[in-house]
Design a protein around this ligand. Sequence first.
Ligand code: ACO
Length: 373
Amino acid sequence: MAVNTNSRMHAGNGLEGISIGPSEICFVDGENGQLIYRGHDAEVLVREHTFDEVAFLLWTGHLPSVDETNELREIVFDNMRKVAAEPATVATLDPNALTMDAVRSAMSVWSMGRKLAEGGTPADAQAALGAIAGSVALLGARRAGVTPGDIQPGDTIARAYLRIMTGAEPTDAQVGALDAYLVLTAEHGMNASTFTGRVIVSTASDIGSGLVGSIGALKGKLHGGAPSHVSSMIDEIGTADNAEPWLRAKIEGGERLMGFGHRVYKTYDPRARALGEVAERLGSDDERLGLARHVEQTALRLLHEYKPDQRLYTNVEYYAAAVLETIELDPGLYTPTFAVSRTAGWTAHMLEQINYPRLIRPQVEYVGPMPEK
Ligand code: ACO
């Protein structure tokens, strides 16, 4: 059988090290462990600004005035309320379904109802954030069997989200922890789900279709699906004494430790550092956090021992789990909540893609058989 010898240069199977072009949105400095959103250090933003303001920054390139923040909240809240009033969307939020499947379906139905135009507009992005936040909050209320709470004047997105979801008034500590999580996970360069969304809108499709694709990509445990696995890992380990044998058995069995390793960060993930501090500051369960810290130190030591050539450090998902546990969020809603925050980054990238219209269409190196001459 003849073979194709027309081989060309190609990236690794994971496209590592390949740039898809210029972007003004985010710089992930994997060597120095720094995350920059539009010229602002994310570790500073998280101390000084709400997620609402950071979403605006990602979309527009500047931090909003008070009036601009209020206008944005009005649009987002209006769309959060509309979701609850839309029977077709609510029907997809089946409390017994896999949560990411329910959210993906809800956004598909939402975008069908909205008849989105080709490409996308900033108004679509703001509406999409409201729609996904409203959908996940409502899904949470349905899973908990509670009557969803109402949005109140003066709410931030984080506070409204928790009140709808739990039907109760969240504490300031819970709102602060969720807001920090949303800021630190809002954007992260050309990750798999953002790339998926950009590919979709590059075909002159629409933001709704891009979001459905991005949500599907985020679902997997190599990407956004890790934090609930981190919580189960800590549950299974149970005691400090059990950490080392448990972790050794997993590594020797060829399994990956959830919450460790990253394609770009070859040092400690700055988001993990910031979320670790949030968990420390706001954590109500010191014993649990103490165990998480011990498991982390043991895992880092063992990863270094077993894989000395790999630079494996803690990633964002490890302390995301600790923070989301502090808020007492249903673990089934960890990844959907990640989808809410990342909708800000996804849609910022989709809008940027629309401004530099170029179909994303790479090639594959065919190594299969060729017809006989
Ligand atoms: N535990 C154990 N070993 C690991 C881990 C880990 N968490 N991560 C990477 N490795 C090892 C691999 O086994 C491989 O070792 P080998 O060469 O001896 O086989 C080596 O490190 C390189 O692995 P790659 O797969 O090439 O690294 P990649 O860049 O594809 O990995 C990824 C990135 C997918 C995040 C990986 O580190 C992983 O699976 N981590 C666990 C899941 C996780 O925490 N996901 C959340 C990521 S953050 C986010 O997406 C928001």
